[in-house]
Design a protein around this ligand. Sequence first.
Ligand SMILES: [Zn+2]
Length: 230
Amino acid sequence: MRLYILFGFLLLAVICSCGVDASQVKFGPLCSGNPSNHIRECDKKGCGAYGAPRNNGKGKHEGLDIVCADGATVFAPFDVKLNGKAVPYRVNNAINDGVNLSGGGLCFKLFYVKPIKYSGTLKKGQKIGTLLPMQKVYPGITSHVHVQMCDRSDPTNGDWTHECLDIVCADGVTVLTPFDVMLNQKAAPYINQPKKEPINNGTTLSGEGLSFKLFYVKLDRYSGTTLKKG
Ligand SMILES: [Zn+2]
């Protein structure tokens, strides 16, 4: 990845970042408000990782939960074909909807989403639908889209989370520009997670033909400024 090489050479251990180079990202954002496809952490209802325990340890989580607020827009993560309705539960409730999808050589399902349609095709970034009211069914849960591969394999094999790069950086250390950049707008990695507020900051940058974000960084200004390398 070009950004990795640039950062690796120029800024080892100096920048903390989560860099996104849109042109090289295989899986685009799945939900509005969660540009890095952040996975649901553990809450009182369970954890979002693939294989996490379910039903008091009798079962395991057969998908991956991507954080998404109730009512948020769910996007096609790449060009997809819609292959009919998919439902998570036998007994109906307010979030019992979803869709079967294929694309990029993958077959998968999205649950808890009300799709705009159940057949046809969508381009990467187009709206698939809206997240259903999960808080009504599971109050206090981290609302999310459940991603499940048709063969129930680990979705992270398909790079759902590989949009970011973490560069080691101590708390309070100065973050430098890796090359001449333009500050575009403020960017925050989390939504609706009050505990994360102390680090919920960052910026969108462009330069050297790349567009990317740095998270967990506090800036004096977030837009309208060009900064020279270093
Ligand atoms: Zn799930």
